[in-house]
Design a protein around this ligand. Structure first.
Ligand code: DGJ
Length: 726
């Protein structure tokens, strides 16, 4: 039973595949956090609600039943605002009296099988009946009559718990939510390092690690998207812990807009972790009786370091987040024309790429930006989703027919949330672009952002997309988003609701994405935001894959893939071979195979010998597809530990097959190189495909493979394939 309530001790115990999470109801009805970590069989932790004795300058509990108790030292599930708990608040609601003192106490609870969907928001789901169980705890502020329902779901097969909350105005007057953090976790210790993923366009999700220290630290986005700059992911790893050892706690927000992940280490050496919508630029008015649901936060625990944590995230997301026809179906091997042609193409140029693709064994042709309006460069036409008849002289349908006659599927690019100042759409509807009165709009890539809070805007874009997707044989959609939001404001929102803009924006985007996915259930959607600027679990609920980065140079992209793998599975990672010159086609392929593989180039520029190599590469793509998409990832040598070389490995779930890739980023002199594998069955015997030799799993994991003879050259890479013979 993954969730139980101990009536006598008033303790909730959530067990999720080797992890336990305990919540206590304090005598004054506070919801106390008691424990989160490796599985424990019993729940005798009532006294864990007490940390230190009452301290000077820690205010007492207003009930004053226990003079030694202060909310300032108690670990909570909700961090109130303006109360005697003086750490960072997780929830703050300004009431009709103008103050934002917020203090939620336990009222009732219910435990049930499965997991409800969140209104308007993407979230994880129950994959098979009984694979998860949910606890809902109703809490109330007895003074303001605001209510908060905390919702926890524990997963049977994965060490994961998801959490969200719904706030309700139970009073007769309007209230304003100032802060509604999805996660609030008071860790029992602050002896952790904080791991986060920072970056920029072309270099997303770099790994960084720093010790927690007293005070505030964290990550945030105020860009209107989850962003290239900080991913809505953070992990705590015990000091001295690493890839394979130490306690690792991973936190990820199922949300694609402004977020805040913050940790406060207090004077008691406890660490409060909060994660949710960024309270800067956020407010939400709640009329009497209205509700607001905050996005879902995912918590994963592993006693086997960051590697164990990542594998748990990967399996959880592959099974309980990604959905739709392409969840398990083999994704087509594609070629995209973007890096080959940019926007300078016509039907004949694209047809030549498609023809080469069909002859090479590629399965889908994707037409990127530049097919609509007057889009010969990035200064115009976003929003004018009508085919450019100069480029497609016989119409788009006729062109698609030619492509599909080659035996290829056809995919198309859209950037639905954008509008060019130089477009017919902007001429007709200048108020459809986001902006605020009397202030000029900033441009990003010469474009503005459409006001997705507006239903009329969404309806229009939906109809245009439906026209193209529904009247043509289209199998794939690339949904791009190439700038961040500035001057946030909607012409339709009254002044007192303008602070709701950012959240309403992403709700609008989710609504439109949901409509497209529902209208075209067979469509494979790949999310993109100038590469991986919205690489988050919110987007994964609509698109099973995300274009990882515009950086297709294998030697630097590999770092992005390592960083992304902290919590995102290989199956979601759009990864292409391009013509970038720095490395061989073999290395480009070896790196791009760690994901949803494809090509992105102009075949005219490929040398004859490389053409043959590409044909061979395609055979390997098919050979290893299941292993990479469904297997477990082991990071053997990480770029954040070794700047010269890196290695990674996929092991099948039944441990009968492993594919290891090793890449020399920069040559170094005179070092031994014994590559030790991970995740194998020590008692199985594996055949090394390269030489037919047999090795035990124990040997491969403890002694390793001696790679002394491997070429020590910048950009050299190789794959090592092992299959169990017995
Ligand atoms: C940014 C994407 O990341 C690229 O792959 C490409 O689609 C361009 N946008 C097109 O404008």
């Amino acid at each position: 039973m993954p969730i139980a309530f101990d009536e006598r001790r008033k303790i909730f115990k959530l067990d999720a595949a080797g992890s336990s999470y305990l919540i206590g109801i304090h005598e004054d009805r506070y919801l106390a956090h008691l424990y989160y970590g490796a599985y424990i069989p019993d729940d005798n932790l009532t006294d864990f609600a007490r940390r230190r004795e009452y301290a000077s300058f820690s205010a007492s509990d207003p009930e004053r039943k226990d003079p030694s108790f202060s909310p300032d030292t108690c670990p909570f599930e909700i961090g109130g605002s303006g109360t005697a708990d003086m750490r960072i608040a997780s929830v703050a609601i300004r009431n009709a009296d103008g103050n934002d003192v917020t203090d939620f106490r336990y009222v009732s609870h219910r435990i049930f099988d499965g997991k409800p969907a969140l209104p308007g928001l993407p979230s994880l789901y129950e994959e098979t009946p009984g694979d998860c169980r949910t606890l809902e705890i109703l809490t109330r502020d007895d003074t303001t009559h605001a209510e908060c329902v905390l919702r926890y779901t524990a997963y049977e097969k994965y060490p994961a718990i998801t959490r969200s909350l719904t706030l309700k105005n139970g009073s007769g007057k309007t209230m304003e939510i100032e802060r509604a953090m999805s996660l609030c976790l008071d860790m029992n210790s602050a002896d952790f390092d904080l791991v986060t993923l920072y970056g920029r366009h072309n270099q997303e999700r770099n790994f960084t690690r720093r010790p927690l220290s007293h005070g505030l630290q964290g990550i945030a986005s105020r860009r209107g998207s989850s962003s290239h700059q900080q991913n809505p992911f953070l992990a705590l790893i015990s000091r001295g812990g690493g890839e394979d050892h130490g306690e690792a706690y991973g936190f990820n927000l199922v949300y694609s807009a402004n977020f805040l992940g913050e940790i406060e280490v207090d004077y008691n050496e406890s660490a409060r972790v909060i994660l949710g919508i960024n309270p800067d630029d956020f407010g939400w008015r709640l009329a009497p009786g209205e509700e607001f649901t905050a996005p879902e936060a995912v918590m994963v625990f592993s006693a086997e370091g960051l590697g164990g944590m990542s594998r748990a995230f990967h399996r959880l997301y592959n099974h309980n987040l990604i959905r739709g026809a392409w969840k398990t179906k083999k994704r087509p091997l594609l070629v995209n024309n973007w890096e080959g042609t940019g926007m300078r193409f016509d039907d004949e140029k694209l047809y030549a790429i498609a023809k080469w693709a069909a002859e090479t064994g590629i399965e889908m042709f994707v037409m990127d930006d530049g097919w609509f309006g007057r889009r010969d460069d990035d200064t115009s036409s976003l929003g004018d989703w009508f085919v450019d008849e100069k480029k497609f002289r016989h119409g788009l349908g006729a062109f698609i027919d030619r492509v599909t006659a080659l035996g290829l599927k056809f995919g198309i690019w859209f950037e639905p949330e954008m509008i060019s100042p130089d477009s017919d759409l902007f001429l007709a509807h200048p108020d459809w672009a986001i902006g605020v009165p009397d202030r000029k709009r900033s441009e990003g890539r010469q474009q503005y952002v459409l006001d997705m809070t507006r239903k009329d805007v969404r309806d229009y874009i939906f109809e245009r997309m439906k026209d193209i997707l529904g009247n043509n044989d289209v199998s794939y959609l690339k949904w791009d988003f190439n700038r961040n939001v500035t001057e946030p404001g909607s012409a339709l929102l009254p002044p007192e609701k303008q602070k709701e803009f950012y959240h309403r924006y992403i709700l609008g985007t989710y609504e439109l994405m949901g409509r497209i996915v529902d209208a075209f259930p067979g469509l494979l959607v790949e999310n993109c935001s100038g590469g991986g600027g919205r690489y988050d679990p919110g987007m994964l609920a609509f698109s099973p894959q995300i274009w990882c980065s515009d950086n297709t140079d294998a030697l630097s992209r590999v770092d992005i893939q390592f960083g992304s793998s902290l919590c995102y599975p290989a199956s979601v990672q759009g990864a292409h071979v391009s013509a970038s010159r720095r490395s061989s086609y073999e290395t480009k392929r070896n790196v791009a195979m760690w994901g949803s593989f494809g090509y992105e180039l102009d075949p005219e520029k490929i040398r004859e010998e490389d053409r043959a190599a590409i044909r061979e590469q395609i055979a390997d793509y098919h050979k290893y597809y299941d292993l990479i998409h469904r297997g477990d990832l082991y990071r053997l040598i990480c770029p954040w530990d070794d700047p010269y070389k890196c290695a990674w490995e996929f092991v099948s779930e039944d441990k009968t097959e492993a594919l290891t890739t090793v890449l020399v980023k920069f040559r170094t002199e005179g070092r031994n190189f014994f590559l030790r594998l991970k995740g194998l069955d020590p008692d199985k015997t594996y055949v090394f495909e390269e030489n037919g030799e047999e090795y035990s799993g124990a040997l491969l994991m403890n002694a390793g493979i001696n790679l002394f003879g491997m070429p020590n050259e910048d950009g050299y890479s190789k794959t090592l394939h092992f299959t169990a013979s017995r």
